[in-house]
Design a protein around this ligand. Structure first.
Ligand code: AHR
Length: 325
């Protein structure tokens, strides 16, 4: 058998091209980054800022292409963002729903487009739970109970005294506002000396927390013994209002809040906040892992609960250096 140098070279080049082309397409496939559309609630609190950072950082570290949309605390913006993620054919959608209800239609659209949906931080109230794959986040009812149990213990110091509580609720209709209210009420239900005398939303922001507390102080004055704030930011706003009214937060009025952000630890060290119940915003790494598992077809639990603690003022200085948010 004879072959010319030219045809040998030609065949070799052809084979190399085929091999490169084959290898090239396989590696291009393997390297194609996962695209995640994430709709965030907004930037209403120190907690939310830490949550956004955690998600962006984790996506970057994990090589996930994150399409991030800030809804500015409006459900309509979240619906728009989810529809845009569907139109862009992202691989997976994750979102932290600003409120619990009103998600059925858009989630059905995501399901019809075969895009898995992961809930983070806040839950939705839908009749068909197959509309989302899993929910990663805190047990907000338990957080409320923890806040209530702390107050029950504290009330033991003054068993004959009635303690009038004012409550600063989170965003109306949001899972943490509903659940933290329920959990707290459940915990204090057995003690007739603990009374919620006023309850109003401060929308999870410092400015509104302060505004509502000013109104409470105007109408109730020295009648207020306890502030129960659904997050640290509103508690910090309330602390400012109390100080401006010439009283000592943490001493004249007991302040209880939820989140465990650095600002709360600083307030506890300064003696202005009595306790914060932890709610971790560091959900990013877990979210990316779960997204990869879902896309790989691995089974994931329907509910993934974050583990958290309670930090009273007495441990604040010692714990502060360990805080990551
Ligand atoms: O959904 C979590 C809550 O939302 C946090 O407690 C609050 O600070 C945030 O804005």
């Amino acid at each position: 058998m004879t072959f010319s140098r030219r045809s040998f070279l030609g065949n070799a080049i052809q084979l190399a091209i085929i091999a490169i082309a084959g290898f090239g397409s396989a590696s291009a496939l393997a390297a194609k980054p996962v695209v995640m559309g994430f709709s965030q609630v907004g930037a209403e609190s120190e907690w939310r800022t830490a949550n956004t950072l955690s998600i962006k950082d984790a996506a970057k570290k994990d090589g996930i292409n994150l399409k991030f949309a800030d809804a500015q605390q409006k459900q309509e913006n979240q619906v728009k963002a989810i529809r845009s993620f569907i139109a862009q054919k992202v691989d997976v959608i994750a979102f932290s729903p600003v409120v619990e209800t009103g998600w059925d239609t858009v989630l059905r659209e995501a399901k019809a487009a075969k895009i898995p949906v992961i809930l983070t931080d806040r839950a939705v109230n839908v009749t068909d739970t197959s509309l989302y794959v899993t929910f990663i986040g805190s047990d907000f009812v338990e957080e409320g109970r923890r806040a209530g149990r702390w107050l029950l213990e504290r009330a033991k110091k003054t068993p004959d005294r009635t303690l009038n509580i004012v409550e600063l609720q989170g965003t109306v209709g949001s899972a943490p506002a509903i659940d933290r209210k329920n959990g707290f009420e459940q915990a204090i239900a057995g003690n007739a000396k603990l009374k919620i005398i006023r309850s109003q939303t401060g929308d999870f922001t410092r400015a509104k927390g302060k505004e509502v507390m000013e109104a409470f102080l105007k109408s109730q004055g020295k009648n207020i013994n306890v502030v129960y704030a659904h997050n640290d930011d509103m508690a910090i706003g309330a602390i400012q209002a109390i100080e401006e009214a010439g009283m000592k937060p943490g001493t004249d009025i007991i302040i209880i809040s939820i989140d465990g952000v650095k600002g709360a630890f600083e307030a506890m060290i300064a003696g202005k906040l009595n306790v914060t119940v932890e709610c971790s915003p560091l959900l990013g790494p877990q979210l990316m892992q779960v997204a990869r598992d879902v896309l790989a077809g691995k089974p994931v639990p329907k509910r993934i609960t974050t583990e958290e603690g309670v930090f009273p003022a007495e441990v604040a200085a010692k714990e502060f250096p360990n805080r990551k948010y």
